[in-house]
Design a protein around this ligand. Sequence first.
Ligand SMILES: [Zn+2]
Length: 121
Amino acid sequence: MHEMSIAVQIVDQVVELAGQNNATRIDEVVVEIGLMQLVVPEALEMAFSVATESTLAEGARLKIVEQEIEAVCRDCDHRYKPRIDCYLCPQCGQANARIVAGNDIILKSVVCETEQEAQLP
Ligand SMILES: [Zn+2]
């Protein structure tokens, strides 16, 4: 499953980050995912909860931010937001597009608890 491999990558990254910050638990993870990835959010959430089992991120919330697809026309330099199934340039009608956004998986933020914070009343 596509979502599972993405989830594993995300969990690897956040667990490493948490380790560097001496975190004891990860509460929330925010990722930005390009629409080109064709990720099903529910499937990714499910894969994430499986991938986080027995890690610092077990039980963490996953927030998914969608990144819109952007393209630049190679013929007329027009920048536009194409649909996933239609890359025609709205200005000149050519399908000679260069995709400049919408294909990324970016870890935006991680909220974690350190031992000290966890001891606060
Ligand atoms: Zn064009």
